[in-house]
Design a protein around this ligand. Structure first.
Ligand SMILES: [Zn+2]
Length: 80
């Protein structure tokens, strides 16, 4: 997920791709935490990461346990 620094609060927020497209006309983008991000310059360093966005993005992208078990089973030696 793309991250952008908001000019208003100086924090780095996660913006989902559909909201990137939707925000192009307005120049403001809806972040995962619900804030409308007014992006600063592309060349300025990123601000501190927004914890609300971080928690939401981490929860969404972490793998479900079933998939992890499948991976473990696939990498286990065949016979012990
Ligand atoms: Zn945020």
């Amino acid at each position: 997920m793309p991250w952008m620094t908001c000019l208003m609060d100086g924090r780095h927020h996660a913006v989902a791709e559909p909201y990137l497209v939707a925000g192009l006309a307005e120049g403001r983008y809806l972040a995962a935490c619900g804030l409308r991000v007014t992006p600063g310059s592309m060349f300025s360093p990123p601000g501190r990461r927004c914890m609300s966005c971080h928690v939401l993005v981490t929860a969404r992208t972490s793998q479900p346990p079933g998939r992890r078990q499948w991976w473990r089973a696939a990498t286990r030696p065949p016979d012990e």
